[in-house]
Design a protein around this ligand. Structure first.
Ligand code: 5GP
Ligand code: ZN
Length: 114
């Protein structure tokens, strides 16, 4: 998608502070961190939201979750714990319509659920 910010970041057309990159996935620091550590994990392929994944994307979504775990390890937050969040659509608070998983940690996070 030519007008998608995260496609531009994935293509290297817009700068980002990268944590890790594989053939299909990119992890980079959020521009407006909501916790001491806040990175975003995206597939390089444009998928608008979780509502738009298909069975064809099953393996890719597995790679996305693996990259979230690897980024947490690289950033030193894996052992103390962290949170992975995916916002979907308007009620979910999704602003950027390229699927992404927030990885938040580095401090004690307030309870969202439970
Ligand atoms: P959403 O609300 O869609 O789940 O989250 C979008 C996230 O993308 C927000 O946390 C926002 O700070 C981040 N973001 C928006 N534009 C950019 C950008 O150009 N670069 C980076 N690194 N993060 C961005
Ligand atoms: Zn995109």
């Amino acid at each position: 998608m030519s007008d998608c910010i995260f496609c531009k970041i994935a293509a290297g057309e817009m700068p980002s502070n990268k944590v890790l990159e594989t053939e299909n996935v990119l992890v980079f620091h959020d521009i407006a961190p909501a916790a001491k550590v806040h990175v975003l994990v995206i597939p390089k392929k444009h998928i608008a939201s979780l509502n738009d994944i298909t069975e064809e994307d099953a393996s890719l979504m597995g790679e996305v979750l693996l990259a979230a775990k690897q980024a947490a390890e690289t950033l030193g937050i894996a052992d103390s714990g962290y949170r992975v969040i995916n916002n979907i659509g308007s009620d979910g608070g999704q602003v950027v319509h390229h699927i992404h998983f927030h990885v938040l940690g580095g401090e004690k996070l307030g309870a969202l659920v439970g």
